[in-house]
Design a protein around this ligand. Structure first.
Ligand code: AMP
Ligand code: MG
Length: 507
């Protein structure tokens, strides 16, 4: 096992792409650059709180070094920088955004490939705009636990190595309502092949900087999509098709497990089809496709659960627009959107086949799924409990699924029994239970579960964080000793509680 000093550090992104001539400095526009070198801000009292054994093992890294992982002096080999990117936020072009509070330490060579290590919350960069570059404990816990849980749920995601509390007090207006309060600071070290986003490309084409755009595309393809090329339209379309397919797969997994990202701005869309930037995300409990946990999005609910597949397509279209200057025949980019739709439909159909234990998804199953979707919305029904209990149903009778309903006296029993009978007939009484159990997790990071972990952690007790981290390493396993605590509907106290049903972008 090695220390951070003895890892093999690379700086391929800095070597390949143009950057800022200034080191650090005030918030500003940085034209023609892909990055700015920065100094992370050291924490006054760094303390290691959470650690991913798996990530450490992948890096061959021994536990510790909280100081460096909270923004202290970089070790030799690290060349910290903040990435420049732009983005469409809530449908509008927002111009330059960039890593306002993320600082990449460098890239590390591992046995399974090169990964980037990035600190979130280690201080200001030229992209911090009016904010402080810091992160609070509550949002850092949410990022650490959820990204690790997503990985074990089989959802493509960035990972987390560590969570360090900084010992600093940070002022936040949690619900943007004028009630500011001090909160504890923290830094997550997150890990991904790269943190390139759709917006990383958009920023250059939006300013007509085709040369930088081309350089960045070349870099991305060479290191992250080595079987592709940017030599001609064919190559570019094939590469973008890959991104479309990766994105479609990611979103279909979100739909499968009931995850709502909450802020699908184009700066939060990973080039690798990874779930990235865990902010005001949430998990469906009551199966309501119109739900979003993000109160900042209350008026239009643009990023609601049921609209995520369409939003991903919209975001992809913005990436494609950014590629127009590199194409001889830009109209060919339409092929990529078609590829996204076809690919999503394929994954979506397979998802339903797996969730319902069908051998394959046939045309006539569309009706079965449509009816199921509307029944699930008739009265408050818990998505995770419903599908998990369905896996072990022995006869087409809704009474065995009562536990999934929030008010058992309101269950539309006859309609449910009719649906269950048609499903039972479809599968000839023999659902593929093995497949169902792998498609319908028993445990997800429900909003109130994360909140319980946060409430305890804010008082210095990290045991709930540890328990949830552990529980969610095996979300498809029965873990009967955990049922009473975590295989549960949302408790009443969480219905209107900030942090459970209501979250903002403040973090
Ligand atoms: P997000 O909504 O987290 O994707 O952030 C949108 C933009 O705001 C990105 O450019 C972030 O880096 C930036 N940002 C968010 N929070 C902070 C903060 N506390 N300090 C500086 N920049 C921030
Ligand atoms: Mg972001």
């Amino acid at each position: 096992m090695a220390t951070l000093e003895s890892l093999t550090w690379l700086n391929r992104f800095l070597d390949d792409t143009p950057g800022d001539s200034e080191f650090g400095g005030a918030s500003r526009q940085v034209p023609h650059a892909c990055w700015s070198r920065v100094h992370p801000s050291p924490a006054p009292h760094p303390e290691l709180i959470l650690w991913s054994q798996e990530m450490a093992h992948m890096l061959n890294l021994e536990r510790g070094q909280a100081e460096t992982l909270a923004g202290g002096t970089p070790v030799p080999g690290m060349d910290p920088y903040a990435q420049r990117y732009g983005g469409h936020q809530f449908g509008n072009w927002a111009g330059q955004l960039g890593d306002g509070r993320a600082i990449t330490l460098g890239e590390v060579e591992t046995e399974t490939g090169v990964v980037e290590l990035q600190l979130k919350g280690a201080g200001k960069t030229p992209y911090s705009r009016f904010a402080d570059g810091k992160a609070v404990l509550r949002s850092s816990i949410r990022e650490f636990l959820c990204s690790e849980a997503m990985h074990h749920l089989g959802v493509p995601t960035t990972r987390a190595l560590s969570l360090v509390s900084t010992g600093e007090q940070i002022l936040r207006d949690m619900m943007y309502d004028g009630n500011r309060a001090y909160e504890q600071g923290a830094v997550v070290c997150r890990v991904a092949p790269s943190f390139l986003r759709f917006g990383s490309f958009q920023i250059h084409s939006s300013t007509g900087d085709v040369e930088t755009l081309q350089t960045l595309v070349k870099h991305a393809i060479q290191h992250h999509f080595p079987t592709h090329s940017s030599d001609d339209d064919d190559g570019l379309v094939r590469w973008l098709n890959q991104i479309a397919q990766d994105t479609a797969l990611m979103v279909s997994h979100w739909m499968r497990v009931g995850f709502v990202h909450g802020v699908m701005n184009t700066d939060n869309m990973s080039l690798h089809g990874l779930t990235i930037d865990y902010g005001p995300y949430g998990w469906l409990e009551d199966y309501n496709p119109g739900w979003t946990p993000n109160t900042t999005d209350n008026s239009t609910r643009r990023y609601r659960y049921g609209q995520q597949p369409q939003i991903a397509a919209w975001n992809l279209a913005r990436l494609l627009e950014a590629m127009v200057p590199l194409m001889d025949e830009p109209e060919r980019l339409h092929e990529v959107l078609t590829a996204y739709t076809d690919c999503f439909d394929m994954h979506h159909n397979r998802m339903w086949a797996e969730k319902l234990g069908l051998d394959t998804f046939a045309k006539q199953d569309e009706e079965l799924v449509r009816t199921l979707n509307s029944l699930l919305q008739e009265v408050e029904t818990d998505m995770t409990l419903f599908f998990r209990l369905l896996c072990s149903l022995q006869s087409p009778d809704i009474s065995a699924l009562r536990f999934a309903f929030y008010d058992e006296s309101t269950i539309p029993e006859q309609a449910w029994n009719e649906w269950l009978s048609s499903w039972w007939t479809r599968i000839a009484g023999q659902p593929n239970r093995e497949v169902m159990l792998q498609a319908n997790p028993k445990y997800v990071l429900r909003n109130w579960m994360a909140q319980l972990a946060i409430d305890a952690a804010e008082k210095g007790d990290f045991s709930v964080c540890e328990s949830l981290h552990e529980l969610l390493l095996n979300p498809y396993d029965e873990q009967p000793e955990q049922e009473e605590e975590w295989f549960q509907k949302r408790p009443e106290w969480a219905r209107h509680r900030v942090g459970c049903s209501m979250l903002s972008c403040s973090s």
